[in-house]
Design a binder for this molecule. Structure first.
Ligand SMILES: [Zn+2]
Length: 212
């Protein structure tokens, strides 16, 4: 009997389909949210947002409701951006649950988070069957999302992006400039820009694929 897998790791989607996912992390610069949304809409791009819980403020309710209502996705990036890999099991669960609470308070409704992204890209080398992975699973998450494009240089992003790419950006002005450059080119190249859950075909209850 092989060891049970606790969670899935994803760094990219299928190379057979012309879909990519752009993810934007942290959201310390909350004031950039409307502009990211406007640019995304202009190019028919669905984004995946990984805000940390403490950056989700009730005064931004209308903005985060826009995120939800315009068809983007929100994932869990912990509550305070700690290195979860170094945290105890209970602290990992608390960090993920507290982010969920902050989000619910912010938008005034329940929102089912489907994926998790670990701050600092932690957890990648821990694998999918570790005690760390089990703690994440205990918090209700099966799908950990990494990336395969992590530069903020627009030309480099454009050079490296291919079918299935997951692009990592952050909520800052530098990445906004790159974002504005890459979207028209992606559209011209015929990439469909979708959420990570759509790219990877994930639902909250989708079963774990067989161990490989
Ligand atoms: Zn982060």
């Amino acid at each position: 009997m092989g060891a049970e897998r606790h969670i899935n790791h994803f760094s990219c989607g299928s190379e057979d389909v012309a879909k990519i996912a752009i993810t934007i992390d942290d959201w310390y610069s909350r004031e950039l949210l409307p502009e990211f949304l406007d640019v995304a809409n202009e190019y028919n791009c669905k984004l995946t947002f990984y805000p940390i819980g403490v950056n989700l403020l009730p005064e931004d309710r209308e903005l985060w409701l826009r995120v939800i209502n315009e068809g983007h996705e929100i994932g869990n990036h912990s509550n305070t951006h700690i290195n979860l890999e170094k945290a105890s099991r209970d602290r990992i669960v608390r960090q993920l649950e507290n982010m969920e609470k902050r989000l619910a308070e912010c938008v005034g409704q329940d929102y089912e988070l489907n994926t998790v992204r670990f701050p600092f890209g932690a957890g990648r080398h821990k694998g999918t069957k570790s005690s760390f992975a089990k703690a994440v699973r205990d918090a209700g998450y099966m799908h950990a999302i990494f990336w395969n494009i992590d530069t903020t240089d627009a030309d480099e992003i454009l050079r490296k992006t291919k079918n299935g790419s997951i692009i990592l950006l952050h909520s800052n002005n530098k990445d906004m400039r790159a974002f504005k450059k890459i979207l028209p080119v992606f559209q011209e190249r015929g990439f469909e820009m979708v959420t990570v859950s759509e790219l990877l075909g994930l639902t909250k209850t989708s079963p774990l694929p067989p161990n490989d």
